[in-house]
Design a protein around this ligand. Structure first.
Ligand code: SAM
Length: 280
């Protein structure tokens, strides 16, 4: 990420979640705060360009973004039902879970780069979204600061299990920063879990798909957030040897789970991105 600048990619994915609320039916990911959090500043962009909204690339990207949020919250439900009381959003961006948290006993920790977090807090305040008691903001740069220290200072209980969502972050990290965070999650209490998405390396993607991925990679690089970390399913599984119940989903599984029987063309395509979860 560019130093001292809020994440542009966080805004792009939040725009796709908001567009989903307005333009897609039925909803795969219901988020009544996705539009309000953007406020007037982004409403024109959200309403404009109807043609590109239904372009296959737009539909595929939107499907990917909403499916990964739905996947994280489906896994969070499983965690909460088995007694987890702490939810940590790593690289929270404009995620709105904390502001619509249905579980009074679940404490949410929004961990993010200081610049992105400051920008989000401005949006929350300007758009008059109430900040719940059960939310703690934790400013951390994963490349330079210790997640363990910052969470401990913020009241996170390392002796109690936690569920971690790590959405849209892994491809932007260096391998040491990624491994540091995996080791930290692995050191948590039994019953903890994590959900994330990751990207496959270019040579694991069919040639036809590479053009679209190259265009996306060029855009995020221009935004100062280049993709730099990729895994194949085998390689990510090897990073999570300390965990159990590993689940790794590609297009077919995700479409079968979340997009079956739709009349529109909202669905995942391609093999560049995958969803993953693991438990202790
Ligand atoms: C694509 S956004 C995803 C945001 C959110 N998880 C979502 O799904 O909407 C990437 C997020 O990773 C965060 N991020 C990237 N590099 C980071 C770093 N070195 N330290 C802390 N956060 C980082 C950005 O601030 C941003 O919030």
């Amino acid at each position: 990420m560019k130093e001292a600048k809020p994440s542009r990619t966080a805004l792009r994915v939040a725009m796709r979640r908001a567009a989903h609320q307005i333009y897609d039916s039925p909803l795969v990911f219901r988020d009544p705060i996705a539009v309000p959090i953007l406020g007037r500043e982004h409403v024109d962009e959200l309403q404009g360009d109807a043609a590109s909204r239904y372009h296959p690339f737009s539909l595929g990207m939107r499907a990917f973004i909403v499916a990964r949020s739905r996947y994280a919250e489906d896994n969070l439900r499983r965690a909460v039902e088995s007694g987890v009381r702490q939810y940590v959003l790593l690289g929270a961006g404009l995620d709105t879970f904390a502001y619509r948290n249905p579980w009074p006993h679940l404490h949410v920790f929004e961990v993010d780069h200081p610049a992105t977090q400051q920008w989000k807090r401005g949006l929350i305040s300007r758009n008059q979204i109430a900040v719940p008691d059960k939310l703690t903001y934790v400013a951390v740069d994963f490349e330079r600061q210790s997640l363990a220290e910052r969470l401990a200072e913020s009241g996170f209980d390392e002796n109690a299990p936690a569920f971690f969502a790590w959405l849209g972050v892994v491809p932007y990290l260096t391998l040491p920063a990624f491994r540091g965070t995996v080791d930290y999650i692995a050191s948590q209490a039994q019953g903890s879990g994590v959900a994330l998405d990751y990207g496959q390396p270019r040579d694991a993607i069919p040639p036809m798909e590479r053009l679209a991925i190259d265009a996306l990679a060029a855009r995020v690089k221009m935004a100062g957030e280049p993709f730099q970390l990729f895994f194949t399913p085998d390689r990510i599984a090897a990073e999570f040897v300390a965990f159990k119940d590993l689940e790794d989903l590609g297009t077919l599984e995700v479409n079968a789970r979340y997009f079956q029987g739709r009349r529109d063309n909202l669905k995942w395509f391609g093999s560049a991105a995958r969803l993953f979860s693991a438990w202790l």
